[in-house]
Design a protein around this ligand. Structure first.
Ligand code: ZN
Ligand code: ZN
Length: 220
């Protein structure tokens, strides 16, 4: 396999990250996409036309944009949206099935981008797992959420490797469940005034990420 920057990004994510490497890569790539929109594309007529057709971004991606506090870009974007809403009301004065009609629009462009990003990194990982270096990093760190894990196993051709990682994943999930059992017991002991702290106090956070992926990643 010829190795390029994306391969090394995937390798780095699996060597360094303390949570799912693919979630991390997707989040970073989508953050860059939204930043590029705020700083450059908000004035681009083509991008604005796409956003008019999609009624802006979906609520999750709008929240992400709002969190970046670029009031000028958001004002430009939502000026367009206000005018679109006004024009919709102007054209639809019968007031029948309006809600349904207003919600018939193109898919959120950030959601579309997120799907492309997912496909891109997943493809690099699947191909890269044939390389000893990436395979070792993946197995040694084994930071992968259930959703990305299933996307990987759905595409993996190597059945003995697939079997190996399924066993590893099951062990990891059972181990997390045991930690949570222990934590529930510790909380009860604490309620009785017999324990001040538990070594498993953050296990529930890791369990949520292990099952659902990192926040904001699996919107689509
Ligand atoms: Zn993930
Ligand atoms: Zn979206």
């Amino acid at each position: 396999m010829e190795k390029h920057t994306p391969y090394f990004k995937v390798l780095d994510a699996f060597q360094q990250s303390s949570s799912c490497g693919l979630c991390l890569l997707e989040k970073d790539a989508l953050r860059s996409y939204l930043e590029a929109f705020l700083y450059e594309n908000v004035n681009d007529p083509k991008s604005r036309a796409i956003l008019k057709a999609s009624r802006g971004y979906c609520s999750s991606h709008t929240d992400e944009l709002v969190g970046r506090h670029d009031v000028l870009a958001l004002s430009i974007l939502y000026r367009d949206q206000c005018l679109e809403a006004d024009s919709f009301l102007e054209k639809n004065k019968k007031f029948k099935n309006q809600y349904k009609k207003w919600n018939q629009h193109e898919f959120c462009p950030a959601c579309k981008q997120a799907q492309q990003i997912r496909k891109h990194y997943l493809g690099i990982l699947i191909q890269g797992l044939q390389e000893e270096e990436l395979r070792t990093a993946f197995l040694n760190h084994f930071q992968i959420c259930m959703k990305h894990f299933l996307l990987i196993t759905d595409q993996l051709q190597d059945s003995s490797f697939k079997k190996q990682i399924v066993q590893k994943m099951q062990m990891q999930l059972k181990f997390l469940a045991q930690e949570l059992d222990q934590y529930c017991q510790d909380i009860q002991k604490n309620a009785n005034g017999s324990l001040l702290d538990s070594p498993y106090h953050s296990s529930w956070k890791r369990a949520i990420e292990a099952v659902a992926g990192q926040p904001g990643v699996f919107i689509v």
